[in-house]
Structure formats: structure tokens, C-alpha cells
Design a protein around this ligand. Structure first.
Ligand SMILES: Cc1cc2nc3c(=O)[nH]c(=O)nc-3n(C[C@H](O)[C@H](O)[C@H](O)COP(=O)(O)OP(=O)(O)OC[C@H]3O[C@@H](n4cnc5c(N)ncnc54)[C@H](O)[C@@H]3O)c2cc1C
Length: 414
């Protein structure tokens, strides 16, 4: 197998897990990641352990996979890169385009000086991994050098001379024996729901709260960065929703939101938390005890609110129907968290066409679905590109995809 090479598209937890499995078996991997950073969505999730007791949120698994992948000699990682085209004769021949990398990851020591000294907000982007490169990236859209060449502070002050602002894009030709598509999911964009997302300052998504918890350790109101007194979590935003034709359950949101709510209650006990839900989806074998403890601290209301209204002080009026009295109730919250669901990623259509894999009825790509198979042998999928799944499920699914590919290689030799 040492002569085999696998092209993995997507450097989230699915792509990283598969890459590490292959690499440990002596198989070479080219891992192509579109964004500037590795780890996908899950690298931005906070550890939700309560008093050092693990609640199995899976967040640490991502950092672990990332650590193993970036240091493995059998894995070549191309960030900021995209597949341009691919053809298959005996092997796959792929051409990859990598945008200019202005920060040399081998030289960068994560000192953070570039971010500290940069005069423009978000011109230097910081990744979520604290321990593994790439740590920073230059955002060409905001950087003054790319506007009028008026600033080179980051380059001039970098003590390692790791920054070069005159770099060009690169092209790579990759030969592979199999391709694993692990391009992940897109969180549902709630801007068209009647919740004022994008307009009301204190309406955030579950993913934004994850990042807030990871970066600052607690919840705060985006409007003034102060502590909220009352937080509402609203479940099933963009999942099980006939109005947007997303009839599937995203499976991970109830667990994720309850764990975040419990973490907030533990760290900021003065905050009152209300959880609006349709029904709570179970997760893991310790769920019952976790749920019992959560309900002692969190007010659970079986209703999905209607429209929200923003008040002058940025608090939010939320209407919902009381299930016992059937009356409409209006309540005011300081922060509302929308539990957005998992939807097929934009760009799935071009992958589907390029590799001739039909999407399933919901738009996800599964090569192990009996009804839907790749018409090109040697193409496989893993992770949430196949549909909603948790981090542990993604890791297990990636391992299973690796063994399918090994079996495919064995079949080629016969
Ligand atoms: C709100 C929310 C909360 C969640 N909380 C939890 C939780 O607490 N616990 C849990 O277990 N799970 C949770 N999940 C699920 C978890 O996020 C997923 O299981 C995990 O991220 C799946 O990893 P992935 O690699 O399949 O996809 P992704 O994380 O989406 O990674 C895919 C990667 O592929 C890259 N990519 C995309 N297109 C291309 C392309 N064309 N070329 C190259 N690269 C590309 C992306 O940039 C990305 O890096 C949550 C999900 C949501 C929506």
C-alpha cells in the first residue's frame, strides 16, 4: 500500500481523521483545504467539561486530529487551495490551485505580533487552533498593502521574517489512486427567518456562541459586551422546517445547545436560561443523567417562538404559545441563540458533477448509499457532506471510509 496516494478534499475533522488513518498505514495523502485554516467548523467549538468532567462534546477530538495531521510526514497539506479539475485514466490526475500564502507556516511561531500591530480590523485573521499551524492569515480584502501599498507593518515587524506580501498563487499537479470528498456542511443561514438575525445585535447563532465561549470563556451581549441576564435558546432553526424545505433533523443541535447552556450556567450562574424546543433529540448513552441535571438549571419550554422584536436597548421581545394555557406569552430576553441546523454545503453541486455522484433527496453526497453510487470508481465521501452527524460519528465514519478505500485498493490488485 506504500505506493498508494489518496487525495482528500476538505480539512475538517472528517478529512483530518481519514488523513491520519491513511498516513499511519503508510499511505501518502494530499489534503486540500479551501480555507486558510484547518479543522473545519468544529475547531471553533469550546470544551464544555463541567468541573473537569467531560460531557463528550467532541471538541478536543478535532485538535487531537489536527495535531497528528500537521506533524505527519505522510501528509502533505495544502491550505487556501481548491481542486480545479480532475481526470481519471489508471490513476486520478488533479490540478490544484493554491492562493498566495503570505505567512510562511514553517517560520511563524504564533507570537501574535502581526495581529497586535495591524492597524485594520480583520486584515490579519487568527485561526481557532491554539497549538497547531497555520495560526494567522493575511486577509487580502482588508489589508492596506493590497489596497494602495500604504502599509507593510506586519511584514516589517515579524521577528521571524515569516511574512511576504508579494507572493503568487501556486499550481500543483497531484496523482492519486483514490479520492475522498470530505467538504463538510454549511450551517443554515437564518437571515430569512423572522428572528432578526443580521439586523438585531443580540441575536446570534449556536456557532457564534461556540466561538464566544471558546474565545472569552462566557456569554456576553454583542451590543455592549456586557453580561446578559436572560438568554433564550431556540432549537430547530432551519431543521425539520417545511417552510424552507429542510425536513431533516440535524441531530447535533439539541446536544450542542444543552451543553453550551449548562456550561454558561456553571460559569455564569446568575444568567437565567430558557430553552425553546420541539422535542429533545437524545445523544449518547449518558444522555438521561445529563438531561436531568440540565433541566434542574434550565427552564425548558416546549414551543418554538414566533417573531422577535428589538427594543431600543437591544433587548428582544419574544412571543410564544404557552403549551398548558394555550395563551400567547411575550417575554423579554437579553440574548437569543438560534440553534441553526446542518445543510448541504454550497459547491456540493460542482463536486457532484465533477465526480458524477448524484446527491441524495436532501442534497447531501453519499457514496455508500445503495441508491446513489459514484459512477467513477475510486471516489468516496466521509463526514457531514453525507448528512448531519456529530464529531465522534464523523471520526468513526472517516475510519470506515478509509477501510472501504483499502478494500478498493485490494480489489485493484486482484
Ligand atoms: C451549531 C452546531 C453545533 C455543533 N456542535 C457539535 C457538538 O457540540 N458536538 C459534536 O459532536 N458535533 C457538533 N456539531 C457537528 C460538527 O460540527 C460536525 O460533526 C463536524 O464539523 C463535521 O466535520 P466535517 O469535516 O464533516 O465538516 P466541516 O467541519 O464542515 O469541515 C469541512 C472542511 O472542508 C472544507 N471545504 C469545503 N469545501 C471545500 C472545497 N471545495 N475544497 C476544499 N476544502 C473544502 C471546509 O473549509 C472545512 O474546513 C455541531 C454542528 C452545528 C451546526
Amino acid at each position: 500500500m506504500a505506493d498508494k496516494n489518496v487525495l482528500i478534499i476538505g480539512g475538517g475533522v472528517a478529512g483530518l481523521s481519514a488523513a491520519v488513518e491513511f498516513a499511519n498505514l503508510g499511505i501518502h495523502v494530499d489534503l486540500v483545504e479551501k480555507s486558510d485554516f484547518l479543522g473545519g467548523h468544529a475547531i471553533s467549538y469550546a470544551c464544555k467539561a463541567i468541573h473537569d468532567t467531560c460531557v463528550k462534546c467532541g471538541a478536543c477530538m478535532v485538535e487531537e486530529k489536527l495535531q497528528s495531521a500537521v506533524s505527519h510526514p505522510n501528509i502533505k497539506i495544502l491550505t487556501g487551495s481548491q481542486l480545479q479539475n480532475i481526470s481519471k485514466n489508471h490513476r486520478f490526475s488533479a490540478s490544484i490551485r493554491q492562493k498566495p500564502l503570505y505567512i510562511d507556516r514553517e517560520k511563524c511561531t504564533n507570537c501574535g505580533l502581526c495581529l497586535d500591530r495591524c492597524p485594520v480590523d480583520r486584515a490579519i485573521l487568527q485561526g481557532f487552533s491554539k497549538n497547531n499551524h497555520p495560526f494567522y492569515a493575511v486577509n487580502k480584502e482588508k489589508c492596506l498593502y493590497f489596497k494602495d501599498q500604504s502599509c507593510t507593518i506586519c511584514k516589517d515587524e515579524c521577528p521571524e521574517s515569516a511574512i511576504g506580501l508579494d507572493k503568487n498563487a501556486s499550481e500543483y499537479a497531484i496523482e492519486a489512486d483514490a479520492v475522498l470528498i470530505a467538504i463538510g456542511f454549511q450551517p443554515f443561514n437564518p437571515k430569512d427567518k423572522p428572528y432578526g438575525y443580521g439586523c438585531f445585535k443580540n441575536v446570534v447563532t449556536g456557532l457564534e456562541l461556540e466561538r464566544m465561549l471558546k474565545q472569552s470563556g462566557g456569554a456576553k451581549k454583542p451590543s455592549d459586551k456586557k453580561l446578559p441576564q436572560k438568554i433564550a435558546f431556540v432549537q430547530c432553526v432551519g431543521s425539520r422546517d417545511a417552510k424552507v424545505n429542510h425536513l431533516w433533523c440535524s441531530k447535533v443541535c439539541c446536544g450542542s445547545a444543552l451543553r453550551m447552556a449548562r456550561l454558561i450556567k456553571e460559569r455564569q450562574p446568575e444568567i437565567e436560561i430558557t430553552f425553546f424546543y420541539m422535542d429533545v433529540q437524545t445523544f449518547g448513552k449518558d444522555f438521561e443523567q445529563f438531561y436531568r441535571e440540565a433541566r434542574e438549571k434550565i427552564r425548558m419550554i416546549r414551543a418554538i417562538p414566533g417573531d422577535f422584536y428589538e427594543m431600543e436597548d437591544h433587548r428582544l421581545k419574544v412571543n410564544f404559545v404557552n403549551n398548558s394555557t394555550h395563551e400567547t406569552v411575550e417575554e423579554i430576553f437579553d440574548l437569543v441563540v438560534l440553534s441553526v441546523g446542518i445543510t448541504p454545503i454550497e459547491g456540493i453541486g460542482s463536486m457532484s458533477r465533477m465526480f458524477r455522484i448524484g446527491p441524495d433527496e436532501f442534497g447531501f453526497l453519499k457514496t455508500n448509499d445503495k441508491k446513489i453510487s459514484a459512477t467513477i470508481n475510486g471516489v468516496f465521501t466521509a463526514g457531514t457532506v453525507q448528512g448531519p452527524m456529530s464529531i465522534p460519528e464523523t471520526v468513526a465514519g472517516a475510519r470506515s471510509a478509509v477501510w472501504k478505500i483499502i478494500n478498493y485498493f485490494i480489489g485493484l490488485k486482484r
